[in-house]
Write a protein that binds this ligand. Structure first.
Ligand code: SAM
Ligand code: SF4
Ligand code: F3S
Length: 442
């Protein structure tokens, strides 16, 4: 009889991609996915270590699981992801309810690790960086997300070592998957119904496989006739090379939203962060892209209250937000991460930091609202992804990734339709369908 597996995922899109690939992998040893953790024979927590008390959150989550399942047979409990990588065997020592620890570069070993545990009942941690074998293994297992918009990891790891960031330690050095392996996976996704592919990497535009870059990959994907939209994230300003910028001239499928984290609008802070780019180089990228297509918009990530940031630096960031008019952006208070250069720097007090965050977010939210309001009474292209959980409306996304809700029938799912926007809030556009743009291809 097949066994049930449940995965709870925290963190970035790469973790989401990983969780889906774990599901595809464990199917081979008889597991089926369940959305009810109470029914699971195997429970996996796919963790993120980027901010706050990530480690404590893991123990809290497992403590809650233990309490909720106290009258049931204990499932096999696995901690995966970036906290698993950072903490490895410490996790097993601290919480006996956890059976296995598997880091992000060892997912190809998950089936053997589970089967071994079932036989020997010996706790184990697998946190070696073995990224080449991982992708070779995963490429033999079909990617079966069956989603209209699918993630595809093309690159992992980071060599940039920003002083605040834990990623180079949890995901290891930069690695680019073989070009053909990626195209093969993209083909599988498109054959199984995906209309949009979001290429992923911690530094996705650092992709370099034997001289083939992200630009080459996008141009190849452009040729897949059943693929309608291409996106990529997260990119680093230093790797925003001219060949990638040039693709925006010819590509019809590359969406006009560029997610390019800057973190701060002050060169002083960027230097303190070891970001390896300046505000000027960032703005140069911005103006090159705007020249190619004035409709291109930028989104970004910001860190406020990085140690050493003063009022002038904050004002520089606000000025930059006014200039670039970022939409769909993220902002966070600096969170010291163990093992990073900035971990022991004197932090700015919480109240002040919250005030600063609010100021930045207010500006970002205003841009967002203005952008959404500017679309009222206009007709936009929407890729229809699914029906809302409450069954009422269809859900799709604009070219700028904004959620769009409207009435329509299920046969529109997977198609690009024209929607007239009637009203909006900060995160969502509401509209009515005007016209269907192209035929759905199964
Ligand atoms: N590689 C991307 C780049 O170059 O910006 C970022 C990837 S990181 C997974 C996503 C975002 O988390 C970063 O852009 C940054 O804003 C935020 N972040 C990373 N470390 C952080 C920290 N210690 N405190 C607060 N935010 C942090
Ligand atoms: Fe982290 Fe910096 Fe690498 Fe991005 S570029 S993953 S922020 S170290
Ligand atoms: Fe978190 Fe790891 Fe992604 S730390 S943001 S899950 S790379």
């Amino acid at each position: 009889m097949s066994q049930k597996i449940f995965i709870k995922t925290f963190g970035c899109q790469m973790n989401e991609y990983d969780s889906n690939r774990i599901y595809d992998t464990v199917k081979k040893i008889g597991f089926i996915k369940t959305d009810q953790y109470e029914d699971a024979d195997c429970y996996i927590l796919n963790t993120c270590h980027i901010r706050d008390k990530a480690k404590e959150k893991v123990y809290h989550e497992i403590g809650r699981l233990k309490k909720n399942l106290r009258f049931k047979i204990k499932p096999l409990v696995i901690v995966a992801g970036c906290v698993a990588q950072a903490e490895n065997e410490e996790i097993l020592k601290r919480e006996p309810y956890i059976d296995l620890v598997i880091g992000p570069q060892a997912y190809h070993k998950i089936n053997d690790t589970i089967l071994n545990y079932k036989i020997r009942k010996r706790k184990q941690e697998e946190t070696e960086f073995d990224v080449i074998t991982k992708f070779e293994y995963l490429s033999k297992i079909k990617n079966q997300t069956k989603k209209i918009s699918s993630f595809l990891t093309i690159q992992e790891g980071c060599d940039k070592f920003c002083n605040f960031c834990v990623v180079p330690y949890t995901r290891g050095p930069e690695y680019s998957r073989p070009f053909d392996q990626i195209l093969e996976e993209a083909k599988q996704l498109v054959d199984s119904g995906s209309k949009e592919i979001i290429l992923l990497g911690q530094n996705v535009n650092a992709y370099d496989f034997e001289g083939l870059r992200l630009s080459n990959l996008i141009l190849e994907l452009e040729k897949f006739s059943n693929l309608k939209r291409i996106r990529y994230m997260t990119s680093h300003p230093k790797d925003m090379t001219n060949d990638l910028i040039e693709v925006y001239k010819s590509s019809k499928k590359l969406m006009p939203l560029v997610h390019l984290p800057i973190q701060s609008g002050s060169d002083k802070v960027l230097k303190l962060m070891n970001r390896k780019h300046t505000v000027k180089t960032y703005l140069e990228i911005f103006s090159k892209l705007k020249k190619i297509n004035p409709e291109i918009k930028f989104s970004s990530d910001f860190i406020v209250s990085y140690p050493g940031e003063d009022e002038n630096d904050l004002n520089d960031t606000l000025k930059l937000i006014d200039e670039v008019k970022f939409i769909n952006s993220f902002s966070f208070i600096f969170s010291p991460r163990p093992g990073t250069v900035a971990s022991d720097l004197p932090i700015i007090n919480k109240k002040k930091s919250l005030e600063k965050l609010e100021i930045i977010q207010q500006k970002l939210f205003n841009n967002q609202i203005k952008m959404n309001e500017s679309l009222e009474n206009k007709i936009i292209n929407v890729l229809v992804e699914n029906r809302m959980d409450n069954k009422s409306k269809l859900f799709g996304r604009s070219e700028y990734m904004t959620s769009v809700l409207f009435n329509g029938s299920d046969d529109l799912i997977g198609k690009i339709v024209k929607v007239r926007i009637q009203n909006c809030n900060r995160n969502t556009l509401f509209g009515e369908i005007v016209e269907q743009l192209n035929e759905k291809v199964a």
